[in-house]
Design a binder for this molecule. Sequence first.
Ligand SMILES: *[C@@H]1O[C@H](CO)[C@@H](O)[C@H](O)[C@H]1NC(C)=O
Length: 391
Amino acid sequence: MAGCCVVLGSFLFEYDTPRIVLIRSRKVGLMNRMVQLLILAYVIGWVFVWEKGYQETDSVVSSVTTKAKGVAVTNTSKLGFWIWDVADYVIPAQEENSLFIMTNMIITMNQTQSTCAEIPDKTTICNSDSDCIPGSTSTHSNGVETGKCVSFNESVHTCEVAAWCPVEDDAGVPTPAFLKAAENFTLLVKNNIWYPKFNFSKRNILPNITTSYLKSCIYDAQTDPFCPIFRLGKIVEDAGHSFQDMAVEGGIMGIQINWDCNLDRTASLCLPRYSFRRLDTRDLEHNVSPGYNFRFAKYYKDLTGNEQRTLIKAYGIRFDIIVFGKVGSRLHPTNTGGLPLLLVLCDIIVLYCMKKRYYYRDKKYKYVEDYEQVGTACAPGSPSTSSLLSQ
Ligand SMILES: *[C@@H]1O[C@H](CO)[C@@H](O)[C@H](O)[C@H]1NC(C)=O
């Protein structure tokens, strides 16, 4: 009870105000400078130099453009001798931070709006017209059923549909990939970066790269690590996958550009680092609906004015360019965390650790009584130090 009373009493009835005490002592003076030196050494050595605690950091702002190059030849019964250039296999012509290259396709030519036999599966195979419901569709239908049962080939009958005919048969994906030559296509990636806080900008075509080097170089982690032209086959292989397997069913590749820099060093040492990884997971045990594909069509009118189209189911590799990076610089010291310690530590040593601590404490704290004594139990906890003054 008494202890509680004392604490409450000192909380309510006491007020402290700072007082400057100048201690004229070689021992204390030297110790003070020693401690300051130690803390200074800690701040400069550990925080500044080792931990870079004073660095200000910034994240990258970036823009990317890409350009693919390469020509392929195919010779098939459907298309005959056919040349494929950039305008054919890059879909769409331009994208943001991304580029799709068609590597495989299922092409269905000369489709018109008419009626024809649906692709056989367990819901479309029929024996008579009564198996087909006019007007019905399902999610996998190519068209709307007319209610007739017609022959798909010599042995199989399927329900007739009103659709773009002939309907696409995508049961078998061409293997090897139709445009397997895409392995040797190249991709030029132009990347400009900017660190706004430091107003530092740079591009991945470095100042020392000449026009003739850029015309002939191909990126290689060992021999040409700063060449911004990548062979598609190498990108996929560097990520640990087979290009020809990926070309068959499509997929997504990440081209990562890392711009981590220390701006305290010269700007010429701030260099892009390239790495590659496959972004669509390919788990061999759960390989349901693998890869990447989509459909598009090219429309035209035949000589009689009927609308026709060529339907293409395109499989390919989408290259996503991912730019990241962080810079640090000591130029903007914002953190001075260690410094307040300087002021407090010496006080602690002088007032609590030294032999003459009671003397110093008595000089530092002056107790001024300005109230009537209420009672012995609740007397404010002023340690009567008069006996120690004699020191
Ligand atoms: C890619 O180029 C190399 C060297 O010119 C050639 O040997 C290889 O057959 C080409 N790959 C394809 C798929 O055409």
